[in-house]
Design a protein around this ligand. Structure first.
Ligand code: SF4
Length: 349
């Protein structure tokens, strides 16, 4: 996936070329506005790469992006934000009509960080919510007789990714699955989490397309493709490195891979500072989420012990679902450290 600003044509085209050079079969670009669509049209002229666009809230942009891409991803959890009076099923119908007209594939992309609010009760198991959301949308597409689609069910926890994809594959063996651990974070833990999921799923024949999602500087994003290929090769050669489950005994850092939606370019640097600062807590069983924007930031931080999600000029600091405050990019790391120390004391970790 491109992490560059889509409207930065030079940087985005360079990143596409680098991803393609390292073997990416299809490259995702984020589109949120008409200006992003204009940029996409220019990018299309410069590359032969297969492109997929991720619609998020702007489902109506499907029609404008369709001439330039091979696939559209929509997230059931994001079809509620615009035109609240239009039923979700109508929005899906619109996206499907565009996909038919332009002969595009679709991906129903369910993400634990942004689950469908209509499905999610406050205490419900996210696996059940995500499965039910996927089933609902599979139902919509089947009703419309549309078959050119894949489903993805992504969580930042590799054990959840294994469980939900296995359950979905048991229910719908014929529907292709795009697999991935979202917000797997920084290396080396991001690769380990991804391996745990892929080794378990691919060895069972589950997964038709995949993505590795790591927090990396733009110039190194191609490493996602290199690592993905290595894991696939290892699984096919019977070289397994993971244990069947991901039992993180100590600190677990979830961080998003960043994309063009990232609210501030300082995000990757912030994630790395958090990783460095938290070394002293490496033995403590805490989950810290570091997220680049509001798309999955509020949801993913709800489930963490402490979470940061970025706004353009400040960073939101949360303890579970409670907002502790908003701090500048300079203040946030010491604030997080103080809250981690408090939590360690409170819990006697
Ligand atoms: S949280 Fe925001 S910045 Fe991070 S990958 Fe998701 S959409 Fe992109």
């Amino acid at each position: 996936m491109c992490a560059t600003k889509t409207q930065d044509l030079v940087a985005t085209s360079r990143q596409i070329a680098l991803l393609q050079e390292h073997g990416a079969d299809i490259i995702r670009i984020a589109i949120d506005s008409k200006r992003d669509v204009e940029a996409l049209a220019e990018i299309r002229k410069q590359t032969s790469a297969r492109l997929v666009v991720d619609l998020q809230e702007s489902y109506k942009l499907a029609k404008s992006v369709a001439p330039y891409v091979q696939k559209i991803r929509y997230n059931p959890g994001h079809l509620y934000h615009h035109e609240k009076d239009t039923p979700v099923q109508e929005k899906v119908k619109y996206i499907v009509s565009v996909a038919r007209e332009y002969d595009l594939a679709l991906r129903i992309g369910v993400n634990f960080g942004s689950l469908d609010p209509a499905q999610a009760g406050s205490d419900e198991d996210p696996i059940e919510v995500a499965l039910s959301s996927a089933r609902e949308h599979v139902g919509y597409l089947e009703e419309l007789g549309f078959t050119n689609y894949v489903v993805s069910l992504k969580s930042s926890d590799p054990n959840d990714v294994v469980e939900i994809n296995t359950r979905f594959a048991d229910l719908f063996a014929e529907i292709p699955l795009h697999v991935g651990v979202t917000e797997a974070g920084m290396l080396p833990m991001g690769e380990i989490k991804t391996r745990v999921a892929f080794e378990n799923l691919l060895a069972r024949g589950i997964g038709d397309t995949l993505r590795v999602s790591l927090t990396l500087p733009h110039s190194e994003k191609y490493q996602e493709v290199v690592i993905a290929k290595k894991i696939i090769e290892d699984v096919y050669a019977g070289r397994f490195r993971s244990v069947p489950r991901f039992e993180h005994a100590g600190l677990n850092i979830i961080s998003c891979p960043s994309c063009s939606r990232v609210e501030n370019e300082a995000f990757v640097d912030l994630a790395q500072k958090v990783k460095a600062m938290t070394q002293e807590f490496s033995e403590k069983k805490l989950t810290i989420a570091v997220m680049g924007c509001r798309v999955n930031g509020p949801g993913e931080t709800d489930d963490a012990d402490l979470g940061l999600w970025c706004a353009p000029n400040h960073v939101n600091l949360k303890k579970g679902s409670t907002l502790l405050g908003q701090f500048s990019y300079e203040e946030i790391v010491p604030k997080l450290r103080a809250e981690m120390s408090k939590l360690v004391q409170e819990r006697g970790l």
